[in-house]
Design a protein around this ligand. Structure first.
Ligand SMILES: NC(=O)c1ccc[n+]([C@@H]2O[C@H](COP(=O)([O-])OP(=O)(O)OC[C@H]3O[C@@H](n4cnc5c(N)ncnc54)[C@H](O)[C@@H]3O)[C@@H](O)[C@H]2O)c1
Ligand SMILES: *[C@@H]1O[C@H](CO)[C@@H](O)[C@H](O)[C@H]1NC(C)=O
Ligand SMILES: *[C@@H]1O[C@H](CO)[C@@H](O)[C@H](O)[C@H]1NC(C)=O
Length: 437
């Protein structure tokens, strides 16, 4: 991508060698004409190349798999028109509203949180690098959806300090909702560097900018229930141990929590971590079981149903997206101001972590039964051993802390939530759109 960019930059701006010379009038006119024709020709060529460059869909031209190459991508940002869009998107339109930078805004959770904030009159600016971990055209559709509600997503990387600094120059964000990350546990076999790039280096870059911003924003960020690793004590609570990660993903999320503690302690940043438990719903992620089970059941492909050691059931505490969004807004609304300025702490700042789950683990085989009923198709089940590549046998949230302090109260059961997901799925993938993957 960056290579192509620099090629484009290297095209001379006057390819027709447009040069005036002292000569006879007719001669001059002829030369003028042929030069003009050449100039027009090259201008069209140039514009054509620009158009091809911008309209080529990322899915038809996959990015290089190497993470170091991928992080070298350059993005177009800056300029008065761009700044105007940034300002307008981040403008607060209600009394007591907040202005929020939402990272990962083209992602599943980011899209829903951005839309909800915008609906209640807060200023929202999105940031996303539209990477190809899963079908980027789904991210583009979410972007178009947000665009219609007045949310602009800046295309760029959270590890790009110059871009982040610029965003804070243009807008004095009161809050950052940090949802950009390398999600998923299985991708670590293929691309371990992406977890380091987004969940560690990118998070540090973001916190560095927040620390130096004046005023410092309050930050709410997504951690994960995966930090509980292989714990077996039923109903994970925030005080439980988080020192046995079962995947590189979990390890980088755990590291993120420690990095957050450090920035809170040294620089007075107000930080709230949210440990999500298997979020699902419309606009969801194609790499998650409920999503690709739906796709594969419809295709007549067999569904792998994992079982834990000794034929144990694998169960997940599935949480519906609208409940998660309420938890995110609750966390933003109860955030206290950061206490530092000029990069120095002035007093102790708020530091919190909450489980956002549904407290009701459902065996994965039940998930398949619900999908069969909703899709009116029988699934071909294939029972398999849970591979040791990062998936834990079960998750179960104790949410009493979030209930007490954020007013968090999930209200959607798996059956009703999946009904809404299936309706969205069928609608989205009809109308000419191919099923993802
Ligand atoms: N969905 C779940 O079940 C779940 C569970 C636990 C934790 N989480 C966490 O919640 C957050 C949101 O998850 P999601 O399900 O919406 O995932 P998602 O992959 O749909 O969204 C993440 C978005 O961040 C973007 N992104 C990734 N790296 C980036 C970078 N370096 N710079 C800029 N943008 C970048 C991606 O393009 C993507 O659009 C993540 O931190 C994830 O780890 C999600
Ligand atoms: C993140 O950005 C810094 C420069 O800002 C760069 O040195 C570093 O290599 C990047 N890290 C990753 C993992 O891309
Ligand atoms: C849930 O966690 C709280 C502490 O946040 C604790 O007091 C309570 O006993 C826990 N409940 C269960 C069922 O484990």
């Amino acid at each position: 991508m960056s290579k192509q960019m620099s090629h484009l930059d290297n095209i001379p701006s006057t390819p027709g060698k447009f040069k005036m010379e002292k000569s006879a009038y007719v001669h001059h006119r002829l030369r003028w004409h042929s030069s003009l024709a050449k100039l027009t020709f090259w201008s069209f060529m140039f514009m054509g190349m620009i158009l091809i460059f911008f309209f080529r869909s990322p899915s038809s031209n996959p990015l290089p798999q190497d993470p170091s190459r991928r992080s070298l991508r350059t993005y177009n940002w800056g300029g008065p028109a761009w700044e105007k869009r940034v300002r307008s998107s981040a403008r607060i339109r209600s009394r007591n509203g907040i202005s929020v930078l939402v990272t990962g805004a083209a992602g599943f959770v980011g899209t829903h949180v951005s839309a909800a904030l915008k609906r209640r009159g807060d200023g929202v600016l999105g940031l996303d690098n539209f990477n190809d971990y899963y079908d980027p055209s789904l991210k583009r559709s979410r972007q178009a959806f947000l665009e219609r509600s007045g949310v602009f997503i800046v295309e760029g990387d959270i590890n790009d300090s110059a871009l982040l600094r610029k965003l804070f120059e243009v807008v004095a964000f009161t809050h950052v909702m940090h949802l950009a990350a390398q999600a998923g546990v299985r991708y670590a076999m293929e691309n371990p560097g992406s977890y380091v790039h987004s969940n560690i280096a990118g998070f540090v870059s973001l916190l560095e900018i927040c620390k130096s911003a004046n005023p410092q924003p309050a930050i709410v960020w997504a951690s994960s229930s995966s930090v509980y690793g292989l714990n077996t004590k039923v109903a994970f609570s925030e005080k439980d141990r988080t020192d046995q990660p079962a995947s590189l993903y979990a390890a980088t999320k755990k590291a993120g929590e420690e990095i957050a503690h450090t920035y809170n302690h040294i620089y007075g940043l107000s930080l709230t971590g949210l440990r999500f438990f298997t979020v699902y719903g419309p606009w969801g992620r194609p790499d998650m079981a409920y999503f690709f089970f739906t796709r594969d059941i419809l295709k007549g492909k067999s569904i792998p149903i994992f079982e834990a050691a000794n034929h144990g059931t694998v169960a997940r505490d599935f949480t519906y997206i609208d409940d998660i969004v309420k938890g995110c807004l609750g966390a933003l609304d109860t955030s206290e101001k950061s206490t530092g300025s000029g990069g120095k702490k002035k007093g102790a700042a708020q530091l919190r972590v909450y489980n956002l789950g549904n407290t009701w683990p459902v065996p994965v085989s039940d998930l398949v039964s619900i999908l069969e009923r909703l899709l009116k198709v029988n699934a071909k089940r294939k029972v398999m051993k849970l591979p040791r590549n990062g998936d834990v046998p079960f998750t179960h949230a104790n949410i009493s802390l979030a209930q007490r302090e954020l007013g968090y109260k999930p209200t959607t059961d798996l059956q009703s939530g999946l009904k809404k997901f299936v309706r969205w799925y069928l609608n989205y993938y009809s109308g000419g759109k191919k099923a993802a993957g």
